[in-house]
Write a protein that binds this ligand. Structure first.
Ligand code: SF4
Length: 222
């Protein structure tokens, strides 16, 4: 499950209630990973893995860490942004004590989110020694200007968080009013490249059904 239902989420209709609930239920997935030595990284993603309590999260992470060829674990979570109190000393200790390189990928869309408790939560993760990256979604009338994206990148970098991805909106029913033309997104990225150091410019990407990973937005959609 997720702590929030983002209006533009492509998983809005996802049947979370059918997901495995006990550690034993994850064993088929663990067995698949164990039999695939070419896999070196596991991603725990949306829903949000941090909706698990520390005990269950530790059980899952420790189970993953016992797979010899897994060296990295990525936690994709929006909770540091929408429920920053979830980031605790205990959680940081849990993540940093794993015998894996753990990366945390958060999801903030606007500089206005990187304040107060949220800023403190991000800094707590960073100070614990966890690499923290951000992915944002390009949203009309929310963050679809170079100024808005520049402020977002600067707020993140100043908190120790690397801007990672800027996502083109997935075409989900009921979200058309958020869509930004790719030509506008490309102009924003060009402006960011002129204004910011390279590490502060996110990669502009889109999800294409059937593709094995994110696809860079290089050409305007026709
Ligand atoms: S936090 Fe991520 S997975 Fe959860 S509703 Fe928002 S976009 Fe979807």
């Amino acid at each position: 499950a997720c702590a929030v239902h983002c209006r533009y989420c492509f998983r809005r209709q996802y049947p979370y209630s059918e997901e495995p609930r006990r550690l034993e239920d994850w064993e088929p997935a663990m067995a698949e990973i164990e039999s695939s030595p070419e896999i070196h990284e596991v991603i725990l993603s949306g829903g949000d893995p941090l909706v698990l309590n520390d005990h269950r999260l530790a059980q899952l992470c420790q189970r993953i860490s016992r797979i010899p060829h897994i060296t990295r674990l990525r936690i994709h979570t929006r909770l540091p942004i929408v429920l920053p109190s979830r980031i605790t000393t205990e959680l940081c200790s849990l993540l940093t004590s794993l015998p894996l390189q753990v990366l945390v990928v958060v999801h903030a869309n606007h500089a206005a989110e990187i304040r107060n408790d949220c800023l403190a939560a991000l800094q707590q993760l960073v100070r614990a020694g966890l690499p923290v990256l951000n992915q944002a979604v390009l949203l009309r009338n929310i963050n679809d200007t170079a100024d808005a994206q520049e402020q977002l990148s600067l707020s993140l970098v100043n908190a120790g968080v690397m801007p990672y991805y800027l996502h083109q909106l997935d075409r989900v029913a009921g979200t058309q009013h958020f869509e930004v033309p790719q030509s506008v997104g490309q102009q924003i990225i060009s402006a960011l490249q002129a204004r910011l150091p390279g590490y502060a410019v996110p990669r502009y990407v889109q999800e294409i059904p059937g593709a094995t990973g994110k696809t860079p937005v290089l050409h305007e959609r026709t």
